[in-house]
Design a binder for this molecule. Structure first.
Ligand code: 3HC
Length: 289
């Protein structure tokens, strides 16, 4: 079985840098690739900010946090980032052609034993696997935001994912301290499919004037003990991300996933949630300078 010691993460965004951090915290050696220098810098700042939080809470000493940060290398060059990787985790935007092209390039540069994981929230793992020479080595490794905090790793088994790859992914989940569930490759898997239903219904309720955004969120926080209400969570995940998931599920599964008009309108207006400074709530301090 592939003993994972070296991990390459593709994409330095919210998910990518979080994945890099948890791998480095587990003692693995990590390289993060992103085409964009500014994204790499933001990712690096994200890791340092998160580690600082852990240190303040007494979860790590300053020296240990520095060692974690020191195990992550950041680069805009793809081939050197994956050349000695035991595992590549792709966390780039949810565009299937982009992901397939990236996997083709990674396949040409990575070692023959390398396991390929995609952090996609809903796209077909089986289709992504068709982009690499050995589809048995590709599976879904779906993490949750904020990655250092959320316990779940949803492992998605494509039609051709091998038993050995599945076992390696389960061992990887244990090594980084996550609890894994294994799901079949079906649009939206187990998590996104349920998550977007609540989010989309909350948006439709807001459209229909059932209650204010704050009260719809309060309903689920106080009435159902969700840690965060569905509209605030949509702001945290990104309205564009949720819209992309809904569009995909609408196409693949059916009418119940039709995206609400308000969500589409807000995305067109650039109201993407926390990352853009405005979604269902205002996030003034989050606007990037
Ligand atoms: N890095 C490190 N630690 C962090 C952190 C971060 N980015 N964010 C929070 N923490 C830690 C805090 O330090 C604190 O630690 P402690 O328990 O040791 O004191 C703990 O997490 C709780 O944080 P807070 O007390 O500051 O804040 P909250 O009580 O609001 O909890 C939360 C934070 C657990 C993230 C909570 O807001 C939550 O559960 N949010 C919902 C998250 C969620 O649903 N994520 C899934 C999104 S869907 C997804 O990601 C899938 C994708 O495909 C779209």
């Amino acid at each position: 079985m592939n003993d994972i010691q070296r991990v390459a993460v593709l994409g330095a965004g919210t998910m990518g840098h979080g994945i890099a951090q948890v791998c480095a915290a587990a003692g693995l050696s990590v390289r993060v690739f992103d085409l964009d220098d500014a994204a790499l810098e933001r990712g690096q700042r994200g890791v340092l900010g998160s580690l600082e939080r852990v240190v303040k809470k007494g979860g790590l000493s300053g020296a240990d946090a520095a060692a974690v940060a020191g195990r992550i290398a950041w680069s805009t060059a793809l081939a050197p980032s994956v050349v000695d990787a035991d595992l590549v985790v792709e966390a780039v935007p949810e565009k299937i052609e982009l992901k397939k092209e990236l996997f083709r390039q990674v396949d040409a540069a990575a070692p023959a034993h390398c396991l390929f994981g995609s952090n996609t929230s809903s796209l077909s793992i089986t289709e992504l696997a068709a982009a690499v020479r050995d589809p048995g080595r590709l599976l879904g490794l779906h993490f949750f935001n904020p990655v250092p905090v959320m316990e779940l790793l949803e492992i998605v088994r494509g039609v051709r994912t091998s038993e050995a790859s599945l076992a390696a992914a389960e061992a990887f989940a244990r090594a980084i301290g996550k609890t894994a569930i294994v799901v079949r490759d079906y649009p939206g898997f187990a998590t996104s499919r349920l998550g977007v239903v609540i989010g989309a219904e909350a948006i439709r309720m807001l459209e229909a004037g059932v209650a204010s955004a704050e009260d719809i969120d309060r309903a689920m926080v106080l009435g159902y003990k969700h840690p965060v209400g569905p509209l605030k969570l949509t702001d945290l995940v990104g309205l564009d991300v949720r819209l992309a998931i809904l569009e995909h599920l609408h196409k693949e599964v059916g009418e119940q996933f039709r995206p609400p008009a308000l969500l589409r309108q807000m995305v067109r207006a650039g109201k993407l949630g926390k990352k853009s400074g405005e979604g269902f709530y205002l996030w003034p301090s989050e606007v990037k300078q």
